[in-house]
Design a protein around this ligand. Structure first.
Ligand code: ZN
Ligand code: ZN
Length: 367
């Protein structure tokens, strides 16, 4: 089968023929319908984050189950599935207390680049190729753990479902799950990329008002209105904290979300929330980046600074519900999906993402 392989950071992905071994016990073979072009893979491609290489990247996807290994009970061939880049083992302390985004199972997969038995199903000319976070969906097919799959309704386009597997869950979940935005609360979102626009959608869904969006890119700010933004701040022209205070009436927003992945914009988020407010880090920062918040304000203003990983997802609960909301017209995910690319054009898809030309695009490996 054809897949996109990263051999070294700062080199193009190479689309080539690989061998894919059949699913072993507890594993599932999925034909990939769509794979999201997400910034997180880019962090690996440019070496900001490390991963075992060579590897088939891609962690945001959806497809159709083709075959199941021994003992699999979650899905059957023919099922439509969303792929999870954090598996849901169901047994560890984090899964048990409803926080499967922190599950240890795929933390181990992410570090090893293998399946649970320490081996890879991917190879080229007999040489093993690594998996990426148990997904590796920049490929025609993938073998995943059954606990990395969420079966879904079949009347949702699979390219829309793919986005729910990362950016939608991450953004909407940050607003609805992690922060618990209430109706009428004021929200600031810093960064109007794929994840930021999903935070906007989540805040809109939760009934927030105003919903303020800050970015340096005027085209992205224009786009934010279509997802529920009531006010925008051109961060190149206005001070984000000051402008937020003006729009939200004095002290700032009840909630602020950092959706870029920088300590300095996370500090803006913290400074832009009012007394008792909550700032949420959603963007993926470099491991050595830091946030230098005022310890004084943290105490005397009872501010909260928290992280949101994978939208604090409870995937079997959240993802089918997000698709139901999409079908009900409450989540405008069609507006989010700007372009579809063939797998051969994946490097062009990343160029367009980094140039800020698209809200979200997908690769269609079997298209
Ligand atoms: Zn992603
Ligand atoms: Zn677990």
């Amino acid at each position: 089968m054809k897949a996109a392989v990263l051999y070294e950071p700062n080199t193009p992905l190479r689309v080539e023929e690989l061998d894919l071994a059949p699913p072993q016990r507890g594993e599932v073979l999925v034909k990939i319908a769509a794979a999201g072009v997400c910034h997180s893979d880019y962090h690996i491609m440019v070496g900001d984050l490390a991963a075992p290489l060579p590897s088939v990247l891609g962690h945001e996807g959806a497809g159709v189950v083709e075959a199941i290994g021994e003992g699999v009970t979650v899905v059957q061939p023919g099922d439509h599935v969303i792929l999870l880049f954090r598996a849901n083992c169901g047994r560890c302390a984090f899964c048990s207390k409803g926080r499967p985004a922190l599950c240890g199972t795929t933390r181990a997969l992410r570090a090893s680049g293998t399946m649970l038995d320490g081996t890879s199903r991917l190879s080229r000319n007999g040489e093993p190729i690594k998996h990426f976070t148990g997904v590796s969906c920049f490929a025609e097919k993938a073998v995943l753990l059954e606990t990395s799959l969420v079966p879904i309704r079949k009347d949702v386009p699979l390219d829309i479902a793919a986005l729910v597997g990362c950016s939608v869950m991450t953004g909407v979940g940050a607003a609805v799950n992690t922060a618990g935005v209430e109706p009428g609360s004021s929200v600031l979102v810093i960064g109007a990329g794929g994840v930021g626009l999903n935070v906007v959608m989540g805040a809109h869904l939760a009934g927030a008002s105003p919903i303020v969006v800050a970015d340096l890119n005027a085209a992205k700010l224009e786009m934010a209105h279509a997802f529920g933004a009531t006010d925008v701040i051109d961060a190149g022209e206005r001070d984000v904290v000051q402008a937020t205070r003006e729009i939200c009436g004095g002290e700032g927003a009840d909630y602020a979300f950092e959706a870029i992945g920088l300590g300095k914009t996370a500090l803006q988020a913290f400074n832009a929330v009012r007394r008792g407010g909550t700032a949420v880090m959603v963007g993926v920062a470099r491991p050595d980046d830091t946030i230098n918040v005022s310890a004084f304000d943290l105490l005397f203003q009872e501010k909260t600074l928290k992280g949101s990983f994978y939208g604090s997802t409870r995937p079997y609960h959240d993802m089918p519900r997000l698709l139901d909301l999409y079908k009900a017209g409450r989540l405008p995910l069609d507006k989010l999906l700007s372009r579809r690319y063939a797998l051969d054009d994946i490097n062009e898809a990343y160029r367009a993402l980094i140039a800020g030309e698209v809200a979200r695009s997908v690769v269609v490996p079997n298209g």
